[in-house]
Design a protein around this ligand. Structure first.
Ligand code: XMP
Length: 319
């Protein structure tokens, strides 16, 4: 499909639409939407090719950003996509109970995702194909020469009884190319400018065991950081920003009394393709403002640090 030369988005769309039509004919396709650019562009391409024979499933695993499920679902309505929103946070927290190892946690989230997704996909009459927003770095990192670095989460490995074929029109593209294709398809800045967000969501940023309470703290801190980046005009200058809830508590003081609360790390990186990434030199005054706002507004956090580690040797996500 795509031969590695500079992408011509218009031509890419034409070819991809033709190939999707040839591949799936009049069959029904199901797709897991995540709210991110990759799966949204995949949905738009397939929608362009086969219209309402595409059924999209958007699973709320309870590890999305604050209010993200509702906000994204509303935006998809605006795009005219056929989307079913499924709330399944309880199943994910139950599956991750007691797990502290990052890879086991990724696997538990991935497996639960497959179970929830498969339950919904079975309800879609005549579905024969599974579409995914897989992009090239997902494949490269899951199968590097030196073994798996992180098990990337997508909807691979569905139960055999579903017998789905795979449709992955973006699998040879880098993220910036996906954005070019999205722009060609008329996707607005709200989606195009969104920072990448991992499939396992805040699950890989809430270190060690996942509990609804800890994820809630992380959602609140993340919302304060991201809102402030937007307000200060920094969001669009950064490739990806995140807050990480550390498995550490530290002593602090509030209203004259001792506190013993959580520590969060702020992360902001620039990258082209996620294979390497450099730390963003955020203004120190901004970092101070973010730390003060998070500590004041988020119950359960009394210390904020800034992660200044490039990739490699660190990865972007902490788990
Ligand atoms: P790392 O942490 O490997 O992240 O440096 C590179 C990029 O990939 C995103 N990421 C994921 N995306 N499923 C995804 O769809 C995943 O399991 C996953 N893990 C990491 C990460 O947010 C960064 O943009």
């Amino acid at each position: 499909m795509y031969n590695g030369e500079k992408l011509n988005p218009k031509q890419f769309v034409e070819t991809a639409v033709k190939e999707i039509r040839e591949q799936v004919g009049n069959d029904t396709v199901v797709l897991g939407l995540s709210g991110g650019v990759d799966s949204t562009v995949t949905a738009l391409l397939i929608d362009k090719a086969i219209g309402h024979n595409l059924v999209c499933i958007f699973v709320d695993h309870g590890l999305l950003r604050k209010n993200e499920f509702e906000d994204v679902l509303a935006s998809y309505e605006g795009l005219g996509l056929n989307v079913k929103g499924i709330r399944a946070a309880d199943r994910f927290f139950a599956a991750c109970k007691g797990i502290t190892d990052p890879e086991l946690k990724r696997k538990a989230i991935g497996k639960t995702f497959i179970d929830v997704f498969a339950d919904e996909a079975r309800k879609v009459q005549e579905a024969k194909w599974l579409a995914q927003g897989t992009i090239w770095p997902d494949i490269a990192e899951s199968h590097s020469d030196k073994g798996t670095i992180k098990s990337h989460h997508n909807v691979g490995g569905l139960p055999e009884d579903l017998h789905f074929g795979l449709v992955e029109p973006l699998k040879y593209l880098y993220k910036y190319e996906v954005r070019e294709v999205g722009a060609e398809l008329g996707l607005d800045q709200y989606f195009l400018g969104r920072h990448p967000f991992p499939g396992p969501g805040l699950g890989v940023r809430c270190l060690e065991e996942l509990t609804p309470e800890r994820v809630h703290i992380l959602q609140e801190a993340d919302a304060v950081f991201i809102d402030l980046l937007r307000k200060e005009g920094l969001y669009d200058k950064i490739w990806q920003a995140a807050v990480v809830l550390l498995p550490v508590r530290s002593t602090g003081i509030k209203d004259g009394a001792r506190t013993y609360d959580n520590v969060v790390a702020l992360r902001a990186v620039n990258s082209v393709d996620a294979v390497t990434a450099e730390v963003v030199n955020l203004p120190f005054e901004f970092l101070q403002k973010a730390a003060t706002a998070i500590i004041a507004q988020v119950d359960g956090v009394n210390r904020v640090v800034y992660d200044i580690s490039p990739k490699p040797p660190s990865t972007i996500e902490w788990e």
